[in-house]
Design a protein around this ligand. Structure first.
Ligand SMILES: [Zn+2]
Ligand SMILES: [Zn+2]
Ligand SMILES: [Zn+2]
Length: 103
């Protein structure tokens, strides 16, 4: 069974996806597990290839499915993830966003 015949399309823009060698397993489809064992690579599902949109980097800038529209920059730390403690003056994780930089 070959996956090469069927064309996959980007769920965001509908362009045909490009095959790209999986960086995690270097195209092997397996990664080392423990000392001698192997398991299927989770990044590519054991295929050794990833199907990526040629415009994936554009999607990552904004409209990608992973970019949640609810996320916005934390107003307390303004995205810097840390604030200066008013008492000690030390930089610590922002309590509003939990150090993530967004809420
Ligand atoms: Zn796309
Ligand atoms: Zn892989
Ligand atoms: Zn914050």
């Amino acid at each position: 069974m070959s996956l090469f015949g069927q064309e996959r399309r980007c769920v965001v823009c509908g362009k045909p996806l490009q095959m790209q060698v999986c960086k995690t397993c270097k195209g092997i489809g397996k990664v080392r597990s423990g000392l001698f064992g192997q398991r299927d690579c989770q990044a590519c599902g054991g295929e050794g290839f990833l199907h990526v949109c040629p415009d994936a980097w554009k999607h990552a800038l904004g409209q990608g499915p992973k970019a949640s529209p609810q996320r916005r920059v934390c107003p307390t730390c303004r995205g810097t993830k840390g604030i200066r403690h008013p008492m000690t003056g030390q930089i610590g994780p922002c309590p509003r966003c939990g150090g993530r930089g967004w809420v």
